[in-house]
Design a protein around this ligand. Sequence first.
Ligand code: FAD
Ligand code: UDP
Length: 367
Amino acid sequence: MKCDFLIVGSGFAGSVLAERIANELRKDVIVIEKRNHIGGNSYDEFDDNGILIHKYGPHIFHTNDKNIVDYLSQFTDWYKYEHRVLAFSKGDYYPVPINRTTINKVFNKNFNTDEEVKNFLNQICERRNPVLNSEDVIINQVGWELFDKFFRHYTKKQWNLEPKFLSPGVCGRIKVRTNDDDRYFQDKYQIMPKEGFTKIFEKLLDNSRIKLILNKDYKEIIDEINYKYLIYTGPIDYFFDYKFGKLTYRSIHFDFINYNQVSYQPVSVVNYVDPDVPFTRVTEYKKITFQNSSTTTLSFEYPNSNGEPFYPILTDENLQRLKFYMDLALKEKNLILCGRLAEFKYYDMHQVIGRALNLYNSLIYKL
Ligand code: FAD
Ligand code: UDP
C-alpha cells in the first residue's frame, strides 16, 4: 500500500488532520485505527434502548475559539447545551465548580455578593506561593474544608494519587467562583453536535483520498505501507517501544445501566466525592442530548490502572520521562505527533482540534 500521509488513530487529532490533508492538500491518506470504530474517545452510539450514549464517558463540547466552531460547523449543526454538575456528599447535592451557592450551603451562610464570598475565602484559604501541585492550587483558593470535601477523595479515586502529587493543572481545571454561576464551563461556545460526535467523524473521513483501516494496530502493518509522513496520535511511549520506560495513564471502566424510569438524577452528571462510594461520576445521557424516552441510560465510572489509556497522569516523574521521548521524537524525520496520548497532555476536544488545525497550517509551509 502507498500514501502520502499515514495517520495512526481516528480520534479528533487523526480525523481532523486526515480531512485537511485529503480535502485541502489533495494528498492520499491512510488512517489506521486499532478499535472497531472511528472517533477515538469522543465516539458516541445508540444503545439497545435507543439512547445516544458516549461510549467513553460524557463528552461535552466547549470552546472560546470561533475558528474551531466554524471549522466543525462544516460537518455538523449544533444545539445549545450548558453543562451543569452536582457533587453528592453525605446525602446532599452541591454545585460544582464551587460557587456562592456551594459555599452558603457548606458553611450555612447567606452571602449575596461576590465581595462577601471573596472576603470569606480570604479568611479560610491558605496562600501557597509558588503553586506547585493540585493541592496547592485548591488550598490557595478555598482552604482545607472544601478541599477535603470536594477534591481529596474524588481525586484519589480518579488518579489513585493524592492531589499534591499531581500537576496544578489537574484540579486547576475546575475554577472556583464567587458568583452563583453553576455552569461547569464558562466558555463562549457551549454547544453539542445535533446528531452526535460519530456523525462528525464519518463526515471528516468521507473522502476518496482517505483509506480507513479498522481493527489493526499500526505496528502489525506499517511495514507493508509506503508513506512519506507519519502522523501518530497513539501513546508516545508505545511508539518508541517503551525505550525510556512506561508512562502511566489512568483508565476507566464504564458500567452502562438502563433504568425503566424517565429520569434518574437531577442533572446530567453527578460527582460522587465521598471515599466510601467506589465510582466517581454518574452520567445520565438523555439530560445531555434532551432525548425523549420512557427509559434512561446511565454510566457509572470506575477508574483503574490497567485498562486502555484515557488520562495521562501528570506527575513529575512522568513529565521527566516524557521529555526523553519528546527529544527522541524531534530527531525523527517526517514524524508528526498530535493528540492527548501522543503529546501526553490533558487536552479537551477543542484543544486537540485546535492543535490539529495549527499543525496542519504549519505543515503546509514545510511541504
Ligand atoms: P483519542 O480520542 O484517544 O484517539 C486516539 C485514537 O488512536 C484511538 O481511537 C485509539 O484507538 C487509536 N490508537 C491508539 N493506538 C493505536 C495503535 N497502536 N494503532 C492504531 N490505532 C491506535 N473532552 C472535552 O472536550 N469535553 C469533555 O467533556 C471530555 N470528557 C472526557 C471524558 C473522558 C472519560 C475522557 C477519557 C476524555 C474526555 N475528553 C473530553 C477528552 C477527549 O476525549 C480528548 O480530548 C479527545 O478524544 C482526544 O482526541 P485524540 O485524537 O487525541 O485521542
Ligand atoms: N475534581 C475533583 N472533584 C470534582 C471534580 C473534579 O476532585 O468534583 C478534580 C479531579 O482530580 C479531576 C480533576 O479535578 O480529575 C479535573 O476534573 P474534570 O471534571 O475536568 O475531569 P474530566 O472531565 O477530565 O474527567
